[in-house]
Design a protein around this ligand. Sequence first.
Ligand code: GLP
Length: 238
Amino acid sequence: MNIHFFENKQEASYAAAFDVYTSIKNKKSIVMGLATGETMIPIYKKLISIIDKHPIDLSKITAYSLDEYLFDQPTKSFRHFLMKHFFMPLKKYGLNMGHLYFINSQNYLKYSSSISKSGGFDLVLLGIGRNGHIAFNEPGSSINSSCRIVKLKSRTIKNIQKNWKTNIVPKKAVTIGVSEILNSKKIFLAAFGKEKSIIVKRAFVDPLSSKVPASYIKKHKNVEIFLDSHSGKLIKFV
Ligand code: GLP
């Protein structure tokens, strides 16, 4: 596991985006798992600006969303997020909309075999929830878990309520499992801000535990973690 420390999230995002760009550039075809969330916004922005400056053909990308709320409000969906922050800005570089897959309550049972049929993830991009979730694998998730419907933990629900500034938020979601993440050839995880510092330490310094699903990625051989000075403050000198 390589942990990269940066002064701020802009620098960390640039480094993560540049690595993603290089991975895409160097491969004939690439299967990606794409996270959503605030953390990913500056990373996708930097990736788009790198591609704008140094265009590459993106028709080689097959991409899968990692999770989705079970909630009837399309503009709040992760599908909407990825369309806005990734797919639409990059469409002009040949992204094939037929090669984009979004997990939902109808397709989740076949999602894992769809990922396998595409060859499995070459690269999965992850954020981390404050309680250690990756995608929506909440605390207690098994290392062998696969695509499924999950109940969100109260901490996650409270966080969504805070972000959305309303009490009317999803209580359930559909997610890929820990197994699909660990089967990826490469894992990138980013965490920014002081509110992530405790969970970053619990996940990557403390022993592996199902209470912190992000800690499972310590078992993977090819992991790059991008932190800023706030999220990394408890582990920098460990
Ligand atoms: C979200 C998603 C995750 C994401 C995490 C962190 O709700 N389910 O895929 O990585 O929680 O989100 P953020 O980056 O907004 O802190």
